[in-house]
Ligand binder design. Structure first.
Ligand SMILES: *Cc1c(COP(=O)(O)O)cnc(C)c1O
Length: 554
C-alpha cells in the first residue's frame, strides 16, 4: 500500500472547496464582538453556533486516547463517519465495498444510500474471518473494506496480526470498527495507526462511555483522511449541547469502573446461563453482550418480551440461526433476566442463579467530579480512611450538616461544591445529594462483606429515626416537618430533597422520621442519625466474602 491516499478519493471531493464558516476564519476564542454569523446576540448558552472544529473536545479526547488532534474526527454517531467513508471514497454506481458478514447493519445501509454495491464475505462457522476469502472479494473498484472487532453480533475479536495483514494487502481503505474495544482483551489498533495510511479506526461514546444519547462517534486516521472528512461533513455537525455534555461526562475512571463491572457480570451471566438446558450455546465474547443459541429464538424472544425484557433477536442473520444477542446490564437487570429465564420452558430446567465470587474491596475509595452548568462538585469518599474530612459548599449550615456524615459515619468525606448560589440554594443542595450518593455507592464496589442494614433511633436530644438498606432497591420515606422556612442558610424543604437525591443515587431504602421542637436540632439529628445508620451498613462483617443477601448478589 503506497502513501498516496488521494488516488482513492472521488474526483469531485478532491476538487471541493468546502463551506467556510465565519468562525473558521477567526481564531480569537470567545473574546470579541460577534457580528458575523447572523446569530441572536442574546445570551442563553445556545445562541451562538458551536465550534465547527470541536477544538476543546478534541483536545480532551487527544489527551485520553493519545492521538493527535489532527488525527481525530468527531461526528453524529459512528453512523456519520461510516457515511463519510462512502461519500469521500466511493463513486456512486461504480465503486464497491467489502464487509465481513454477519456484522453491523449500518455498513450495508450506508452503502445502499450511497448507491455502492456491498460484497459480503461470510465468516467461518466459528465466526473467524478467512483472510484470503475477504481479500479475493476485491477488484479494482473496491474502495472500502469493513472489519468489526469485536464484531457485532458475533462478539469475537479479530487477531491484530490478521488486521495488519489485511491493511497491508488491501488496495483500498480498511475501516476498522472498534465500537466494543473497551471490553476486549485483544485491545485497540490505535497505536499502529501511523503504520497504515489506509486505516480508519471507528470508535464511539455510545457503549462503554455511556453517552449513546449524545450521538458522538469518533474516527481516527491519517491527517489527510481526517481533513477530507472535515471538508465533507456538515460544518456544525456537533451541537453546543453535545459538545458540552460530552465534555462534562468524559470520565475515564468512571468508564473503567463500569467496564470492570460489565466484564464481571458478563462472566457471571455466562456461568448462570450455561446451566440452563434451553440454551444450547453461549459464544465467547469480547464485547458487552453475549450471543446465545437456543432451539427456538422467536419463542424465547417473545417469552422475554412478555416478561418486559427486551433482547435482540438475530436468528435471521447468516450463521446465527436460533441466536439472541443479550446486552450485559446492571447486576439487578441481569438477575431479572436470569430469573425470567429460569421459568422458561420445562420447569425442571430451573437455573441456579449463582453470584460471581464476590471479592472484598481492598480499596473502598472513590473520587468524582460532577460538573453541570449549575454546579461543580468534587467529592472524595474513603470508607476505611477514618472519620472526618473537609466540606465546603458555600452554605454554612449545610457544611455543618454534611460534616456530620463523615464524622458520625466513621469515614473520610471531602466535599467541595461551587454552585449558582446567586440564583438559590436548590441546585447546590440537590446536586451534592446526587454526587454523594453516587460516590458512596461506587466506593462500596461489590458490597461484599458489608453489614448492609443500618438502623438508628432515637438520636441525641430529638427523636430522629433512620432506617437504611443498601440492598440496591430504591425506596424513600420522609416524615419530618419543619416549622421554620430556613435553618441557617438552608431552606428546610431542601432537606427532604437532599436525602431523596442521595437515596436514588446510592440505590438504597431510606426511611427517615424525626420529631422535636427545635428545627436546628431536628435537622442535625437527622443528619447524625443518617450517618450512624450508614456507618453500620457500610461496616464490614467478620466474613469478608459473604454477600449480605440470600440471593448471593446485591
Ligand atoms: C453500537 C455500534 C456502533 C456505535 O454506533 P453509534 O452511531 O456511534 O452509536 C458502531 N459500530 C458497531 C458495530 C456497533 O455495534
Amino acid at each position: 500500500m503506497d502513501n498516496n491516499i488521494d488516488r482513492l478519493v472521488r474526483p469531485n471531493i478532491l476538487s471541493l472547496s468546502p463551506y467556510s464558516t465565519a468562525r473558521d476564519e477567526y481564531s480569537g476564542g470567545s473574546l470579541g464582538v460577534f457580528l458575523d454569523a447572523n446569530e441572536s446576540p442574546y445570551c442563553n448558552g445556545i445562541n451562538r453556533y458551536p465550534d465547527p472544529r470541536q477544538k476543546e473536545l478534541k483536545e480532551r479526547i487527544s489527551a485520553i486516547k493519545g492521538a493527535k488532534v489532527e488525527n481525530i474526527f468527531l461526528g453524529n454517531g459512528s453512523d456519520e463517519a461510516i457515511d463519510l467513508c462512502f461519500r469521500v471514497f466511493c463513486r456512486p454506481g461504480i465503486d464497491n465495498a467489502i464487509s465481513m458478514w454477519p456484522s453491523y447493519g449500518m455498513y450495508t445501509v450506508a452503502a445502499a444510500t450511497n448507491d455502492i454495491g456491498m460484497r459480503k464475505v461470510l465468516l467461518e462457522k466459528d465466526f473467524s474471518l478467512d483472510t484470503e476469502k475477504i481479500l479475493s472479494a476485491a477488484d479494482g473498484n473496491s474502495k472500502l473494506l469493513f472489519l468489526c472487532s469485536p464484531n457485532n453480533p458475533t462478539a469475537n475479536a479479530l487477531p491484530k496480526s490478521q488486521i495488519r495483514e489485511i491493511c497491508s494487502r488491501f488496495g483500498g481503505i480498511v475501516v476498522l470498527d472498534e465500537a466494543y474495544v473497551d471490553f476486549s482483551s485483544e485491545g485497540s489498533m490505535m497505536e499502529e495507526l501511523s503504520s497504515f495510511p489506509n486505516l480508519i479506526i471507528l470508535q464511539t461514546f455510545s457503549k462503554a462511555w455511556g453517552m449513546a444519547g449524545t450521538r458522538t462517534g469518533l474516527a481516527f486516521s491519517s491527517e489527510r483522511i481526517i481533513s477530507l472528512f472535515d471538508m465533507v461533513k456538515y460544518p456544525y455537525n456537533l451541537s453546543v449541547l453535545t459538545q458540552n455534555t460530552v465534555l462534562q461526562w468524559l470520565d475515564p475512571s468512571l468508564k473503567e469502573r463500569h467496564v470492570r463491572e460489565i466484564l464481571s457480570e458478563r462472566e457471571r451471566l455466562r456461568s448462570c446461563l450455561s446451566s440452563l438446558p434451553c440454551i444450547k450455546e453461549i459464544y465467547p465474547s469480547e464485547a458487552n453482550f453475549l450471543l446465545i443459541r437456543t432451539d427456538d429464538a422467536n419463542a424465547m424472544y417473545d417469552f422475554l418480551i412478555s416478561k418486559g425484557i427486551i433482547v435482540r433477536n438475530r436468528t435471521t442473520q447468516p450463521l446465527c440461526e436460533g441466536c439472541l444477542r443479550i446486552t450485559v446490564g446492571t447486576p439487578l437487570q441481569n438477575d431479572e433476566l436470569l430469573s425470567a429465564l429460569s421459568s422458561y420452558g420445562d420447569v425442571s430446567s430451573q437455573i441456579k442463579v449463582t453470584a460471581s465470587a464476590p471479592t472484598p474491596e481492598d480499596n473502598r475509595k472513590f473520587s468524582l467530579r460532577r460538573k453541570t452548568s449549575e454546579t461543580d462538585i468534587e467529592i472524595r469518599v474513603d470508607l476505611d480512611g477514618g472519620a472526618g474530612g473537609k466540606v465546603s459548599t458555600g452554605l454554612g449550615f449545610f457544611d455543618h450538616m454534611l460534616s456530620q456524615i463523615g464524622r458520625h459515619g466513621g469515614f473520610t468525606l471531602d466535599i467541595t461544591a461551587k454552585g449558582d448560589l446567586e440564583i438559590d440554594e436548590h441546585h447546590t443542595i440537590e446536586d451534592v445529594g446526587i454526587a454523594l450518593g453516587d460516590a458512596i455507592r461506587q466506593a462500596l464496589g461489590s458490597k461484599a462483606g458489608i453489614g448492609r442494614y443500618g438502623f438508628c433511633l432515637p438520636m441525641d436530644e430529638c427523636d430522629a429515626a433512620v432506617l437504611l438498606d443498601l440492598g440496591g432497591r430504591i425506596d424513600f420515606r420522609w416524615e419530618v416537618e419543619f416549622k421554620r422556612e430556613y435553618v441557617g442558610d438552608v431552606p428546610t424543604d431542601m432537606m427532604e430533597h437532599f436525602f431523596k437525591s442521595l437515596c436514588c443515587e446510592l440505590r438504597c431504602n431510606l426511611h427517615i422520621k424525626a420529631t422535636g421542637e427545635n428545627d436546628h436540632h431536628k435537622a442535625e439529628g437527622v443528619f447524625k442519625a443518617f450517618a450512624r445508620a450508614l456507618r453500620m451498613a457500610i461496616t464490614r462483617t467478620p466474613s469478608p466474602f459473604e454477600m449480605p443477601s440470600s440471593k448471593g448478589v446485591i
